[in-house]
Structure formats: structure tokens, C-alpha cells
Design a binder for this molecule. Structure first.
Ligand code: ADP
Ligand code: MG
Length: 440
């Protein structure tokens, strides 16, 4: 396979005579025109692409330009993605069998990159790279990308990206003009690529800040509401106890007609409901850390499943648990965690009225464990996903929900130094993910 560069002027005969001088002039004129056209194209493309801040759109633009302008079969772009190193990862391909992937890398200290760096921005042919470096992994990656030429995108003498082009569809070789075009284009666009990358990481930072702010707001709201609710709950609790006692006494009297029995039954149920709300309110704002100890999360889940088994059976909900063995312990309260798991799974059962499935899964990372509870219900409407943590927020019909379950979960998980998050899973329903620091 011929991979060497040929000058367009190589085709001109060596000894000039008048007709051939004319031919040479015509040829030179053609080349000049092509060059002006190339430069104009580069100018137009750069003008447009330098204002694109979305990395994906930008890379698409660059690849399409290369393919269109060079008439190649395909192209690929590597760019620096991370803040931590200058590794170049495969970010975009077109017309190739290889899909972009983070792990397809040309590392910052690789021989390929050192070689490219030594070329000071000039494109290098695959055959030359292969000849100099031999059959190493990164050369094999270039081969898989059908690389014919590799063009660096440098910024202040640092390679921030690599453009790889395949052979031309026409089968003809690359002329010097082509390589010049690619080199100028790559250079022009390296600033745009770096800008887009910085913009992306700013966007990510902003998103993280927004989440942190929302969580703070939620914590503040809970704290303010907590003080008030705890006071009200205490006030309500005492008269509630008295009412319950009297109800008990009325039920024990034998002189009641059927109607009164029914009424007393209704009042008792409603009083239980109030008591339930009060208990949840008090739970939410009780000081917590004091009852913490070494807690085996998996046994807490097993105990919760035991408690829930009848309820789940009645609702025709099956629960599958699949956790890594062994699953780590946390420093926390088994009772409180049980309440979190119970609240989540009762919600899931409630949202699958004609039966369904809950999957409990988990994984362990460096000093944290993650638990997922996924159900097969309708999921949570995206516009409500941030509201569900608010106390008293419920979409259940009047009298059915208190809107306190998830607020309780939130404050318990927070008290354990963890995070809780709700998402929807395509093809399933809602997923609640709890992250907790593991016990060291
Ligand atoms: N598994 C779930 N599937 C769909 N929506 C859910 C689920 N869990 C919670 N939600 C939403 O969050 C709201 C608040 O839940 P929660 O705080 O437990 O209060 P409640 O259960 O009393 O409604 C629910 O009313 C519902 O809109
Ligand atoms: Mg609930």
C-alpha cells in the first residue's frame, strides 16, 4: 500500500521547453486556485466552528469537513477529556467500524504521542509510525481506525487532539497540499476543541453546584419546618393519647348499636392516621447520632423483607435481592435504616396496585456502598422528581398519603452521612439509590 507523500508538481516533466512551460504554468495556476479554495474553506469552517461550544457538534463538524474535503472513507478524532491527565481518548469516528470509547486511549506518555510531538504539528503517515514504533498496542488501535495519516491538534506546543484520516475513496495518494490543508485545519480548530472542552467542564461544575445548593435548600427547609412540626407534634400527641383511651373504653362497652360500632371504628382509623403522621414527624426531627453502632446493612434489609413479606404477598409484589457477598457494614442505626428501606418499598408496592416486582441491588466502591431499589411501577414524572423529598408532598389520593415518607428517608440517610437520589429507569419504574459511607 503506497503511503508516501507525493508533491503534485512531481508529475511535471523535468526538462522545460516552451509548451511544457505553459503546461507547468497551467498546473501552477491550478494549484494556486486549489490552495486559495482550501484556505477559503478553512477560513469559513473555522469561523463557523470556533463559535460552537458543544463538543459533540464541534467534532461532528470537523469530521464531516475532513471527509468531505479530503474525499476519505472515514476519520476519527481523539481529544483530551479529563482534567487529571493529558490522555487522548477516542471521541468521534465516522465511516469506521470502531465506535468511540473512553477506554480507547493514546496515553499522554505513549511513544505515539512523543513521536507526533517531535514532528512539531506536522501530519505523520501511519506507515512511518508503524515503521518507527513497531507493533505496539496504540499502533494497533490506529490500524483498527484504518489510519493513513495522523494529524496533531496542538495548542501551545501541547497535543490536545489527534485527527486520523483513512485512505481516499478515489484510491489516490495524499498530496502535500492535502496534508497542509489538514495541518492548518487541525491547528485552527484546536482552540475551538479546547474551548468546548472547558465549557463542558464548567457546565459540569455548575451542575454540581446547583445540586449542592438544592440539597442545602432542602436541608434548611427541613430544619425550619422541623422545629415547628416537632412542637406541633408534641402538642398533638397528648390529646391524641387521651382520645385513643376513650375510644378504647367506648369499644369495650356492650350497649352499642351496630351504627355506633361502625362510627367508632371510623374514628379509630382516622385517629391512627393522625398518630401515624405525628410519629413520622417526630421521627423526622429526632436527634439521631446517639443510637449509632456497627450495622450490617444486608441483615437490616433481610429484617425489613421479613416485616414486609405479608404486605408484599397481598399486593402480589415479588422482591428480588442481589447484593455482593460480603456486603459492608456501616456506622449507623439499624432501626432507622429499616425505616428507610420500609418506606421505599411500601411506596413501590403502593405504585404497583396490580402487583409487580422490586429489585434490590448494590455495589461497593472505595469506602462507600450503594443500594438501589428499583420497581416496575409508573415511575416519577420528571417535573416532580425534585419535589418528592419535600415534607407533605404526595400524589396519592386524599387520605392515602402523608407525603412524609421520603422526607424521613432523606433526613435519616443524611444523618448517616449518605445521599439518596431518585431516578427513572427506562423499561422499569422508579429507582431510589442510597449511598452510604462504609464502616472502616
Ligand atoms: N416508587 C415510586 N414510584 C412512583 N412515585 C413515587 C415512588 N415513591 C415515591 N413516589 C412519589 O413521591 C411522593 C412522596 O412520597 P412519600 O414521601 O413517601 O409520601 P407518600 O407515600 O405519603 O405519598 C409520592 O406521593 C409519589 O408521588
Ligand atoms: Mg410513602
Amino acid at each position: 500500500m503506497a503511503r508516501q507523500v507525493r508533491k503534485s508538481s512531481d508529475e511535471a516533466p523535468e526538462r522545460p521547453n516552451p509548451p511544457s512551460q505553459l503546461a507547468e504554468l497551467t498546473e501552477a495556476n491550478k494549484r494556486l486556485k486549489r490552495k486559495i479554495f482550501d484556505l477559503y474553506t478553512i477560513f469559513e469552517i473555522s469561523k463557523h466552528l470556533n463559535s460552537v461550544l458543544n463538543t459533540e457538534t464541534l467534532l461532528d463538524g470537523i469530521i464531516l469537513t475532513c471527509i468531505g474535503q479530503m474525499g476519505v472513507n472515514g476519520a476519527a478524532i481523539f481529544i483530551v477529556r479529563s482534567h487529571e491527565n493529558d490522555n487522548l481518548s477516542l471521541a468521534k469516528t465516522k465511516g469506521l467500524a470502531v465506535e468511540p470509547a473512553k477506554q480507547l486511549l493514546i496515553k499522554e506518555d505513549s511513544p505515539v504521542l512523543r513521536l507526533i510531538q517531535s514532528m512539531h504539528g506536522k501530519p505523520m503517515s501511519y506507515s512511518e509510525i508503524r515503521q518507527r514504533l513497531g507493533d505496539i498496542e496504540e499502533v494497533r488501535l490506529l490500524e483498527a481506525l484504518e489510519c493513513e495519516f495522523l494529524i496533531p491538534m496542538s495548542l501551545q506546543n501541547r497535543v490536545r487532539g489527534l485527527l486520523s484520516v483513512t485512505r481516499k475513496i478515489s484510491g489516490t495518494e495524499f498530496f502535500e497540499d492535502d496534508l497542509e490543508f489538514l495541518a492548518i485545519l487541525a491547528n485552527q480548530l484546536s482552540v475551538a476543541v479546547e474551548n468546548a472542552r472547558l465549557f463542558d467542564s464548567e457546565k459540569e461544575a455548575l451542575e454540581r453546584l446547583r445540586t449542592a445548593q438544592l440539597q442545602l435548600l432542602q436541608a434548611e427547609k427541613l430544619a425550619a419546618l422541623g422545629q415547628l412540626s416537632a412542637r406541633v407534634a408534641h402538642e398533638v400527641n397528648n390529646p391524641l393519647g387521651i382520645i385513643k383511651n376513650y375510644l378504647l373504653m367506648i369499644r369495650e362497652q356492650e350497649s352499642q348499636d351496630k351504627q355506633s360500632v361502625e362510627y367508632v371504628q371510623i374514628v379509630t382509623e382516622e385517629v391512627d392516621r393522625i398518630a401515624n403522621i405525628v410519629r413520622q414527624l417526630l421521627d423526622m426531627f429526632k436527634p439521631r447520632q446517639d443510637s449509632f453502632s456497627d450495622t450490617d446493612v444486608e441483615s437490616v434489609i433481610d429484617e425489613t423483607l421479613l416485616l414486609l413479606s405479608l404486605h408484599a404477598q397481598k399486593g402480589r409484589v415479588t422482591i428480588n435481592k442481589q447484593l455482593p457477598d460480603p456486603f459492608p457494614h456501616v456506622y449507623g442505626s439499624a432501626e432507622q435504616l429499616k425505616q428507610v428501606f420500609l418506606n421505599l418499598m411500601i411506596n413501590s408496592c403502593d405504585f404497583m396496585p396490580s402487583g409487580g416486582r422490586i429489585d434490590i441491588g448494590g455495589d461497593v466502591d472505595d469506602h462507600v456502598l450503594r443500594l438501589h431499589f428499583t420497581d416496575w411501577g409508573p415511575g416519577i414524572a420528571p417535573e416532580n422528581i425534585e419535589k418528592i423529598w419535600e415534607p407533605f408532598y404526595t400524589t396519592k389520593s386524599a387520605g392515602k398519603g402523608t407525603g412524609l415518607g421520603l422526607s424521613v428517608c432523606y433526613s435519616i440517610v443524611k444523618a448517616h452521612g449518605g445521599e439518596i437520589e431518585a431516578t427513572n429507569v427506562a423499561g422499569a419504574g422508579a429507582r431510589f439509590t442510597i449511598t452510604l459511607p462504609t464502616k472502616r
